[in-house]
Design a protein around this ligand. Structure first.
Ligand code: GDP
Ligand code: MG
Length: 294
């Protein structure tokens, strides 16, 4: 059989389950998943290799209206999802009625590449509601093939996967067949720490934070990691650290446990907090943290 390879981009509103689906495909925890919107800021490539195919998946930030520089740059990532894809996955969740961005919606219904509309979270619905939703979406996006799934419970995920493989063009592999992702190790360190921050602090704190892994040194038995947690204001620094360092310690313990699972090695993790005013709005800083991919 001919070898197939291609790019699959997953788009949709925040929190519909894009990262969950991609992780179910890739079988590794590449993308961080929480119930908060905008967890995924970058496009992440996950690569699934079979004997005769290579599926290159990218998980985009949810579709949102840009409110400040960072979000604008996030939207550029989403827009580029239309440009390099062989298959487009448009994900919606049970109960959702429309895409927030109309221009975007138009792009999807006029897409020249195959669109799979994935209706996710059907574990939360009943048959009646499901039938209703399938009908609604087949009217709204007539060019799409519709699949009703539960990414979380791994229901119908394999069916979607098999259909994507069918749709991939005949092509040699784009990446070496043992590659799981094109992101460097430090990126995953940053993402895992950021996830713990999302889980441990309230309100605006997680969105004022950026992580930079300054050191990643791998020995035979242990990986030594030093990461800086960047915040915008002194007050935020205090909150992150907590009473006698207790809050930061908790983040460190949780992150270390996940990092050890992810890298399969003992981890020595050192974290410290630094104030870096307005990192979100400064174009220079955004570039430094990789939000501008141009
Ligand atoms: P993303 O923002 O689109 O990437 O969404 P995530 O994959 O981060 O998922 C957002 C939330 O929805 C998380 O709490 C997931 O556990 C949850 N979720 C994802 N898929 C399902 C599903 O099939 N059923 C249910 N009940 N929850 C799901
Ligand atoms: Mg996500």
């Amino acid at each position: 059989m001919d070898h197939k390879a291609g790019f699959v981009n997953i788009i949709g509103n925040p929190n519909v389950g894009k990262s969950t689906l991609m992780n179910a495909f890739v079988g590794e925890r590449l993308s961080i998943i929480t119930s908060k919107a905008q967890t995924t800021r970058h496009r992440i490539l996950g690569i699934v290799n079979g004997d005769d195919f290579q599926m290159i998946l990218s998980d985009t930030p949810g579709i949102i209206k840009p409110a400040y520089e960072m979000q604008k740059s996030m939207m550029d990532f989403v827009k580029s999802a239309f440009e390099d894809a062989d298959v487009l996955i448009y994900m919606v969740e049970i109960g959702e009625k429309e895409l927030k961005d109309e221009a975007f919606f138009n792009k999807i219904i006029h897409s020249k590449i195959p669109v799979l509309l994935i209706l996710n979270k059907i574990d939360k619905s009943n048959q009646e509601q499901l039938d209703e939703q399938v009908e609604l979406w087949s009217e709204k996006v007539p060019n799409a093939e519709i699949f009703a799934i539960s990414a979380l419970e791994n229901f119908n995920v394999q069916m979607v996967f098999d259909r994507i493989v069918e749709l991939l063009p005949v092509s040699p592999a784009f990446y070496p067949k043992d590659t799981l992702t094109d992101k460097p190790e430090r990126f995953f360190v940053n993402e895992i720490i950021r996830e713990k921050i999302l889980l441990n602090y309230d309100k605006e704190i997680p969105y004022a934070v950026e992580i930079e892994t300054e050191e990643f040194i791998e020995d035979e038995k242990i990986i030594r990691v030093r990461a800086v947690i960047m915040v915008e204001r002194d007050s935020q620094k205090g909150i992150i650290i907590g009473h006698k360092g207790s809050a930061l310690k908790r983040v460190g313990i949780q992150a270390r446990a996940d990092l050890e699972k992810f890298f399969g090695k003992q981890i020595h993790l050192e974290t410290y907090v630094k104030v870096n005013k307005d990192w979100r709005t400064s174009a220079y800083q955004l570039k430094r943290f990789g939000y501008n991919n141009k």
